[in-house]
Structures are given as structure tokens and as C-alpha cells.
Design a protein around this ligand. Structure first.
Ligand SMILES: [Zn+2]
Ligand SMILES: [Zn+2]
Length: 270
């Protein structure tokens, strides 16, 4: 997944939007205006423009860019409000509470057909929101339950098919069947993940530590990387000492290499 965090595209690191514990799933959007294909160095300009337009929208009174995540034609995923923040894009309070919102940088005129890279990126965003934002299994279009043409014909047709990853290689968080030859890719390490912090959320880490047996299944999920998560990571490091910080007997901080190894071990089907 090619994830671009808020701070990397020029938004404040954490969204001011309201916390949300979980959703039923994700709704897919498009821009609903003319959009033209562009080189990737100009994609983040467009994302910043969307945020500025949303902040200037007095009628909606948005606290931030309305979408949870945005995906460009090159398959990069921009963190919008992000995981565990209620979206403002689905139409009303109930719709915003029920689903996250992933927006494709795709037009109603001009560039109207999604690229394979974009579909792959939307799929990445959906899986990210499941792992990090407790999104449920539903994948819908904005038009489901709300009077709008969004996300446009081509994208909606893909949503109705269940939003398959192009090329048929489904890369869900579930392990691929043994011997299928599908290469597992661990999710990107959440930059800034550290003990005693709740942003980025530690839920994904808790999930994988439970799966590997380092954290008891009865421990409730929480955004905070608290004492129980820290102990689980220390146990993980004591078993796989190659990921433990040199000279530390009790290393509670997971790093990118340990993160990738743990996910591959848990979900890589090995
Ligand atoms: Zn929409
Ligand atoms: Zn791009």
C-alpha cells in the first residue's frame, strides 16, 4: 500500500473530526466534477485544494476534509480524516456514522474511468480502514441510500461486483489458501506508532499480537498503545530477538521490521 499520511501532504497530523469506534464498512465516492488525468506530482495539490474547499464550505461547516481517504489514478492513498474519525461525506449524520468514505480522484467529466492502480488503491484503503479503523465488511457506493450519481457508473459497477482487486489477486487480511502462490504484503507500518500513544491507533498491532498469541484474546481493543500491548510486544521481541533494540531486554516498542514480520507470520499463510 502506498499510503501518504496527512502530515506528508500538508494537513495537520491528526484530524479534528469526531472519534468513531467502528463502522459497518466503507462507501466509495468520486469527485462529481470535471477532472483531468495529471502527473503524480500534482495529485497532492488537488487533495489540498479539496481540503481547502471543504474548510471554506460554510453551509456544511466541515472541521476537515470530508473524506476518510482519497485515492489518485496512480494508486496512492491519501489519508483524509483517517481511521476512527467520522466522515462528513456520506450525506447525513446516520450515513456518516455507518460508513467511512473513500474518494477516488475521478471525474464525472474528463477522466471518468478508474485505472487498475486506482482500483487497487481503493481496495488498499478499504483494507486499511478494516484493520486500523474497525470498518465492517460492507462496501457500498455513495448513491446507496442517498440521492446522488456518486460514485459514477464505472466505479459503481466495480463496487457492485464487490470491489475486486484488479488482476484477481485478492490481498485481504485473511491468509491466502496454502500453496496458492499469492504473495502476502504486510500493511504499511503506521508512522509514529509508539507506546503510550493513541495516534496512530494501536488496534492493528493488538490484532496481530492476538493472532500470534502474544496478547490474550480477552484484552479489549483500544487505540492507546497501553501497558498490555507493550507487554505483548516485549514478549514478541523476546521470541524474535532480531527485532529487539540492541541492548534492551524488555523492548516494548514495535518497529517497521518487526511489524512487517509479525503480519507476514500471522497472515502470510506460512
Ligand atoms: Zn460521493
Ligand atoms: Zn497520483
Amino acid at each position: 500500500m502506498r499510503l501518504i499520511h496527512r502530515s506528508q501532504w500538508g494537513a495537520p497530523a491528526t484530524s479534528a473530526a469526531t472519534y468513531i469506534a467502528s463502522t459497518r464498512g466503507v462507501k466509495v465516492h468520486y469527485l462529481g466534477e470535471r477532472y483531468t488525468s495529471r502527473s503524480h506530482d500534482r495529485c497532492d495539490d488537488y487533495v489540498r485544494d479539496i481540503r481547502a474547499a471543504h474548510l471554506a464550505n460554510k453551509k456544511e461547516n466541515y472541521s476537515d476534509i470530508a473524506y476518510s481517504m482519497l485515492v489518485c489514478e496512480h494508486g496512492y492513498v491519501y489519508e483524509g480524516r483517517g481511521a476512527h474519525k467520522r466522515t462528513g461525506a456520506n450525506g447525513n449524520y446516520a450515513l456518516n456514522s455507518n460508513h467511512y468514505a473513500v474518494c477516488a480522484l475521478l471525474g464525472s467529466e474528463g477522466m471518468t474511468k478508474p485505472t487498475d492502480a486506482m482500483l487497487s488503491g481503493i481496495r488498499d484503503a478499504i483494507e486499511y480502514l478494516r484493520t486500523h479503523g474497525d470498518a465492517g465488511d460492507e462496501i457500498r457506493g455513495h448513491r446507496d441510500g442517498y440521492a446522488t450519481a456518486c460514485p459514477g457508473g464505472p466505479l459503481y459497477a466495480w463496487v457492485k461486483k464487490g470491489a475486486p482487486r484488479p488482476g484477481g489477486q485478492d490481498r485481504d487480511t485473511d491468509p491466502p489458501p496454502a500453496g496458492s502462490g499469492t504473495r502476502y504484503q504486510p500493511p504499511a507500518f503506521p508512522a509514529g506508532l509508539r507506546p503510550n500513544s493513541k495516534s496512530p491507533s494501536a488496534r492493528g498491532l493488538q490484532k496481530v499480537m492476538k493472532k500470534l498469541g502474544f496478547l490474550a484474546a480477552s484484552v479489549p481493543y483500544a487505540d492507546n498503545y497501553g501497558p498490555q500491548t507493550q507487554e505483548a510486544v516485549a514478549r514478541f521481541h523476546n521470541k524474535y530477538t532480531q527485532f529487539r533494540a540492541p541492548g534492551l531486554k524488555h523492548d516494548t516498542a514495535i518497529g517497521p521490521r518487526g511489524w512487517a514480520f509479525a503480519h507476514t507470520k500471522a497472515y502470510g499463510g506460512k
